[in-house]
Design a binder for this molecule. Structure first.
Ligand code: JFZ
Length: 488
């Protein structure tokens, strides 16, 4: 009995393993509005997206004026949500735009800072839940055009970032507290239905307008799509998505836009991804490659715990350190994702000093080590306690060491090639900083005959992570000795 169940178990294991590797659908509920594609995109635009590694998010709008405070009181929620706080009168919030005059705003300076940090893409809030538009939309008066500032902030940002070779994705909130037709719950009466139809047309008009106004924008990053009213519009949203994609070949849209026939979001009822990348990693990250099932994904991260827009008081929660962002970025890349760090400029158009400092420190690290990030991805070398592996092609392995071992030896476990007649050898080992050669020592085998090496690593003078490169190759087992000179 036991034997049979073991055999059945093994058989299932092999069988299921095959299904996964072929990316066959796990179930097949018939859907009209499920995923439009099974498996990742293979086009050039998506390939470029995949290689970003690091991006910048910016949350900016009239909420930057109160900065988490009103009438001497502190709002402890996310600063961009202050309009929903019962201590701030709605009419006060809805008149803030009359004072929006960010005289210190300088798109070129922001873009240069992002470039120096190492960002390859920007996600900018064109309109957050409050409905205020940073571009002069012709479909509402609640825009930058009717502030004292007047200038088209989105255009200035797109131009400045593009000039620094940074791609721009437009963040757009479906929630719009300023539009009379917007509602969270499905419309019930005829009157509600009619005004919700107006809201839908308004949303469509604005999205088309954004793509027309900013022809170089590469993607749309949707938010606020969790309301039942929106979820029930799945067929219409599906059609809208097709329309937007037809307007802009290569356009990249994440999983937070439309639901399927049964109201399922991000992944449809068959478990297939809706959109081009998984957008669920908001202030969190996957732990393993397995849980991702081969999908593209991004992680969007705040500096304090949950503040996206400008909050003048950062002493209320823990504020993350540059080391942690570098760790998250490396981890994201090691799991084939992009890491996007959020900035919340103030009401005058300044990027706060704390964020400027973080950008500088990340940038200084990237200057030396970005080769381990851009265009790199997962490696099949087994993760060890010192940090993360990232890999480019078949031969270049990057070891980002975050926890320097006390014995000054970084141990690696060499994977065994699937082909039994081959072995993986290390051809070259060096520090990415200055390409200084590193000494690799034989560290024996375990009882499963796995090979281990120790890379000598003198105690670092800085507390920042450092990177080794291993150039590796699969060779015939009997040729191994010709190559092992590098190993002491
Ligand atoms: C949303 C916004 O409400 C917030 O202000 C900010 O813009 C952020 C980027 O997006 O907040 C969310 C959205 C989704 C989740 C959590 C917060 N989520 O899926 O866990």
């Amino acid at each position: 009995m036991k034997k049979i169940s073991i055999i059945v178990f093994l058989f299932c294991g092999i069988f299921l393993g095959n299904i996964q590797s072929q990316q066959v659908k796990r179930s097949s509920v018939p859907l009209e509005h499920g995923a439009d594609r099974i498996g990742p995109r293979t086009d050039e635009a998506m390939q470029k997206w995949r290689e970003y590694g690091l991006g910048q998010f910016i949350h900016w709008g009239v909420y930057a004026i109160p900065g988490g405070h009103w009438n001497g009181e502190v709002y402890r929620g996310a600063a961009e949500w202050i309009r929903s706080w019962n201590r701030m009168p709605r009419s006060d919030y809805d008149n803030l735009y009359k004072q929006f005059n960010p005289v210190n705003f300088d798109a070129k300076r922001w873009a240069r800072q992002a470039k120096d940090m190492g960002a390859k893409c920007l996600i900018i809030t064109t309109k957050h839940h409050d409905g205020f538009c940073l571009w002069p939309s012709k479909y509402t008066d609640y825009t930058i055009a009717n502030t004292p500032y007047k200038r088209d902030i989105i255009k200035e940002l797109v131009d400045a970032y593009n000039a620094e070779s940074i791609d721009v994705t437009l963040y757009f909130s479906i929630i719009d507290w300023n539009h009379r037709g917007y509602r969270a719950r499905p419309p019930a009466t005829d009157e509600e239905k009619a005004s919700y139809e107006e809201f839908k047309q308004f949303t469509r008009n604005q999205l088309i307008e954004l793509l027309q106004n900013y022809p170089t924008a590469t993607g749309l990053w949707f938010d606020g799509t969790w309301d039942q009213a929106w979820i029930q519009q799945a067929p219409w949203v599906h059609e809208l998505e097709r329309e937007l994609r037809a307007m802009r070949p290569g356009l990249i849209i994440g999983s937070r836009f439309r639901a399927d026939d049964h109201g399922k979001r991000h992944y449809d009822s068959n478990g297939d991804l809706l959109g081009d990348y998984d957008q669920t990693y908001e202030r969190n990250m996957p732990e393993t490659l397995e849980e991702l099932n081969g999908v593209d994904w991004d992680c969007v991260m705040t500096v304090p715990e949950n503040q996206w827009g400008y909050h003048s008081d950062w002493s209320l929660t823990y504020v993350k350190k540059p080391f942690e962002f570098i760790e998250m970025m490396v981890k994201a890349v090691s799991l084939n994702g992009n890491f996007v760090l959020n900035f919340g400029p103030d009401g005058k158009g300044n990027i706060r000093p704390e964020e400027t400092e973080i950008a500088k420190e990340i940038g200084a690290w990237m200057k030396v080590n970005s080769e381990a990030i851009y265009g790199a991805g997962n490696s099949n070398w087994e993760k060890q306690g010192w940090g993360y592996y990232t890999q480019k092609g078949d031969n270049k392995l990057y070891l980002t060491v975050l926890n320097h071992p006390l014995n000054n030896m970084v141990r690696v476990k060499v994977p065994r090639p699937a082909d039994n007649t081959k072995v993986t050898i290390v051809e070259k080992a060096y520090f990415l900083d200055g390409k200084k050669p590193a000494i690799v020592r034989n560290a024996g085998r375990d009882k499963f005959n796995n090979i281990y090496y120790d890379i000598e690593s003198p105690r670092p003078s800085s507390t920042m992570p450092y990177v080794f490169v291993l150039e590796i190759r699969e060779v015939n087992r009997d040729e191994r000795d010709n190559y092992q000179q590098a190993i002491m």
